[in-house]
Write a protein that binds this ligand. Structure first.
Ligand code: SF4
Length: 218
């Protein structure tokens, strides 16, 4: 079976809608959410694309089948296709990206950086979102570095730092080399299970957060 023929496990395809966060905020986007993830974050809000209990709802789809839905939803007007999950990096998405590029579409992918694929270099935007301590997961920085190395200079690389609580804020374990490599963003978040952060303006060190709360050009 060629890479082109390998089925892609899809949880849902929806849009077009307006991207609501990150470097591509405001852009019309069709989302292709793949099924399956190698993580189990404590606060995951897309369990329907993660937990194997939902596996029978994930459709094994060909590139053509996915593209038919994307083209219908977008009215065949080229826009941004956001590949999310789950962890989309565990799916064979290279042929889909090549097919969509030939139609004039652009591609963004968001992943925690635990799995690297050669086709990351074909993306237009790669969003890397290492999970903080509140997730219960531990980042494999070697794998994360591999993602950066494979992407090299081709796609725009954005760093999404999720901060749920004081421990996440206090840890800030992001290696400086990563912050220097990416355009970066801080994404504060909360759930009823996490008490509000107690940051005050005086508690934020401009020096330590300048790479995390704003944009820093590569
Ligand atoms: S990496 Fe993302 S999709 Fe996977 S369990 Fe964590 S929050 Fe959910």
């Amino acid at each position: 079976m060629s890479a082109r023929d390998a089925p892609i496990r899809v949880s849902e395809i929806f849009g077009p809608t307006i991207q609501g966060e990150g470097v591509l905020i405001g852009l019309p986007t069709v989302f292709v959410r793949t099924g399956g993830c190698d993580y189990r974050c404590s606060w995951c809000d897309t369990l329907h694309a993660v937990d194997s209990d939902y596996r029978d709802q994930w459709r094994p789809m060909s590139v053509e089948e996915i593209w038919q839905e994307v083209a219908t939803l977008s009215g065949s007007k080229p826009l941004t296709v956001s590949l999310s999950g789950g962890n989309p990096a565990i799916q064979p998405l290279g042929p889909l990206i090549a097919y969509g590029h030939a139609q004039g579409y652009t591609f963004a992918l968001e992943t925690q950086g635990s799995v690297t694929k050669d086709w990351f270099a074909d993306l237009d935007t790669l969003v890397l979102s290492p999970k903080p301590p509140s997730s219960g997961m531990e980042t494999d920085w070697q794998a994360f570095d591999d993602c950066l190395r494979i992407a090299a200079d081709r796609p725009q690389i954005a760093l999404k730092i999720v901060v749920f609580d004081d421990r996440d804020y206090a840890t800030r374990a992001m290696p400086l080399r990563v912050i220097r490599t990416c355009r970066s963003i801080c994404s504060p978040a909360t759930t009823p299970r996490h008490r509000p952060m107690t940051m005050t303006p005086g508690s934020i060190s401009t020096a330590s957060w300048s790479g995390c709360c704003g944009w820093s050009a590569r």
